[in-house]
Design a protein around this ligand. Sequence first.
Ligand SMILES: [Zn+2]
Length: 192
Amino acid sequence: MLFIQKLEEPTFLTSYIKKHPTANYESESFRPFYHVLKSTLIKEQKGLCAYCCGPISMDNSHNEHIEPQHQKDGTYSRRSLDYDNIVASCNSASTCGSRKGNNYDEQRFVSPLQKGCEQRFSYDPDGYIRGDEYTISLLNLNSYRLRQARKAVFKMIMNMRNDDIRSAFCCDQEQYWPYSNVISWYLREKCD
Ligand SMILES: [Zn+2]
C-alpha cells in the first residue's frame, strides 16, 4: 500500500454536488461523470491501484468507495460522493475493491488515505505482504498473482544500490513504477 495524498475536490464534482444536493453516486445525473472522476483519481494515484499498487488504466479500473456505498445494514452511504472516500482500484475479481465488496470495518481497515499506512506493511522477497491481517485478507493482497508480481520487483532491485534504484524507478513524478510499494519499502529498510 502507498499513501495517497488527496488533492482538492475537482471542480466538476463541487459544482455537481451544489446543483444536485440530494444526489448520490448512483443517480442517473451523475453517470456522465464516472469517466472524468476515474481519470482524475488515476492521475492522483500516479497510475497505481489504491490497494495492490498494480498498474491501472481507464480500461482496467473502477471508482472504488472505501466506505462502501451499500452498507451491511441495508442503508446507503452518505459518503458516496465524498471525494475523500473514493479511490481508483484495479478490476481484478479476486483482489482489491471487487474482493472487498460491501465488507468493511472502519475501525480495522487500513486505508491508503491514512497517514502512516505504508508503515503498517512489509514485504518478503518471496512476494508476501505482511502486516495488518484484516486488511490483507479483506483485499486478498497475498493472492498468487500479486505475490508473483512483487517477487519480480524484488528480483529486479535486490542487487542494485539504493541510488541506482532511485534513478531507475523513482524519477517519474507523474507515473509510479508498478508495485512501487515494494520499492519504497525496500529503500526505507535497506540503507547502503
Ligand atoms: Zn488492485
